[in-house]
Write a protein that binds this ligand. Structure first.
Ligand code: TRP
Length: 336
C-alpha cells in the first residue's frame, strides 16, 4: 500500500505506572504489526493521567519515561511510529474546549465507562470536572490527528461512541466534513487475569507482572499465582479451568504439545503446582529477557529517549495545527 493510503491509528496509555503483561497481551503486542499497516501514533496520555492524579504530578512525570522505555523495549520503532506526549500538543486542549459546547453534562454522566470508573475511584460527591469530561478530551486526542482507527479495550467503547457523536454534531452544526468518524478495532487477544486469578491485571490491584520486573520478582510472583485451590496433593487430579498458571502458559509457551501433555498429566494427577510454575517462570523470563536487555540499553541514555518523545511531539504538533486551522475556519475563529 502506498504511504498516503495508509489509515491513521491512534493508540495510547495513561502513564500512571509501568506497563504490565496485561497491557502487552491486550494491546502492545498489536502495535508492532500496526506500525507497518497503519500510520501509527502512540500517545502517552499524561493530561488524562492527571485527571485522577492531579495531586501527584511527579508520579505522572516519572511514568512518562517508564512507559516510553516500555514502548521502546518491546519494539515500537520511533522511525515507524510517532510516539508523543499528550501535554506537548496544546491544540488538544484547545479542541477539547470547542467540543465541550457540543456535549451535555447529563450525557457525560451517563457515559458507561465514566460511570463505572467514578464508582471505582470513590470520588463520592467530589468528581473532578476534568475527570467527567475526559471522553471529550479523548475525542480531541483522536480527531486532532484525524484518527481513522482506535484499538481500545471493550470497556473504552463508550468513549469512541461519544467521539463519533461529537464528530457528527460538529460536522452538522458547522456545515463541514473536516472530521470523520472513527472505527473501533477490537483486540483478538484474550484478557490476561492478574496473578490472583480473579481480576484483570492491574497495578492498583497489586496483581500485575510488569515488563520491567526482574527475573527474581517474576519468579516470586509466579510462585504466588492462583492455581486450583482444591489441588492439595500432587497425586490427586487438578483442574485446568480457571487455573491461572495454565492460562499464562497458553499465552506465552510456544511448545503447545508440551503444554497439552502437562495439562493431561495435571488432570490425571501426579503433576505438582510447583513444577508447572517453574515451567512458567522459565517461559516468562525467556520472553522478558530480550525486553530487559533493550530496556537497559535505552535507560542508559534517557536524553535520547526524551529526544524521541520531543521529535514525535513536534511531528504531531504539525498535524494538530493543520487540523486546528480547519476547525477555526469552521467556527469563524480564523481572525485575519
Ligand atoms: N483512555 C485510554 C486508557 O485508559 C488512554 C487514552 C487516552 C487513549 N487517549 C486515547 C487511547 C486515545 C486511545 C486513543 O487506556
Amino acid at each position: 500500500m502506498p504511504m498516503s493510503q495508509k489509515k491513521t491509528i491512534l493508540t495510547g496509555d495513561r502513564p500512571t505506572g509501568p506497563l504490565h503483561l496485561g497491557h502487552y497481551v491486550g494491546s502492545l503486542i498489536n502495535r508492532i504489526p500496526f506500525q507497518d499497516t497503519y500510520k501509527q501514533f502512540v500517545m502517552i496520555a499524561d493530561m488524562q493521567a492527571l485527571t485522577d492524579n492531579y495531586d501527584n504530578p511527579q508520579k505522572v512525570r516519572d511514568n512518562v519515561l517508564e512507559v516510553a522505555l516500555d514502548y521502546l523495549s518491546i519494539g515500537i520503532d520511533p522511525t515507524k511510529s510517532t510516539i508523543f506526549i499528550q501535554s506537548m500538543i496544546p491544540q488538544i486542549a484547545e479542541l477539547t474546549v470547542i467540543y465541550l459546547n457540543l456535549v451535555t453534562v447529563n450525557r457525560l454522566k451517563r457515559n458507561p465507562t465514566v460511570k463505572t470508573e467514578i464508582g471505582q475511584k470513590k470520588f463520592g460527591e467530589h468528581i473532578p470536572a476534568g475527570f467527567l469530561i475526559y471522553p471529550v478530551h479523548q475525542a480531541a486526542d483522536i480527531t486532532i490527528v484525524k484518527g481513522d482507527v482506535v484499538p481500545v479495550g471493550e470497556d473504552q467503547l463508550p468513549i469512541l461512541e461519544q467521539t463519533n457523536e461529537i464528530v457528527r454534531s460538529f460536522n452538522r452544526i458547522y456545515k463541514t466534513d473536516i472530521l470523520h468518524e472513527v472505527e473501533w478495532l477490537a483486540s483478538k487477544t484474550p484478557r490476561l487475569p492478574g496473578i490472583d486469578g480473579k481480576n484483570k491485571m492491574s497495578k492498583s490491584l497489586g496483581n500485575a507482572i510488569f515488563l520491567s520486573d526482574s527475573a527474581d520478582i517474576v519468579a516470586k510472583k509466579v510462585m504466588q499465582m492462583y492455581t486450583d485451590p482444591d489441588h492439595v496433593h500432587v497425586d490427586s487430579p487438578g483442574k485446568i479451568e480457571g487455573n491461572t498458571v495454565f492460562m499464562y502458559l497458553d499465552v506465552f509457551d510456544s511448545e503447545k504439545n508440551e503444554v497439552a501433555e502437562m495439562k493431561a498429566h495435571y488432570q490425571r494427577g501426579g503433576l505438582g503446582d510447583v513444577k508447572v510454575k517453574r515451567r512458567l517462570i522459565e517461559v516468562l523470563n525467556a520472553f522478558l529477557d530480550p525486553i530487559r536487555t533493550r530496556r537497559a540499553e535505552w535507560a542508559s541514555d534517557k536524553a535520547q529517549v526524551m529526544q524521541i518523545l520531543f521529535e514525535g511531539s513536534a511531528q504531531t504538533c504539525e498535524v494538530a495545527s493543520q487540523t486546528m486551522e480547519q476547525v477555526r475556519q469552521a467556527l469563524h475563529l480564523d481572525y485575519k
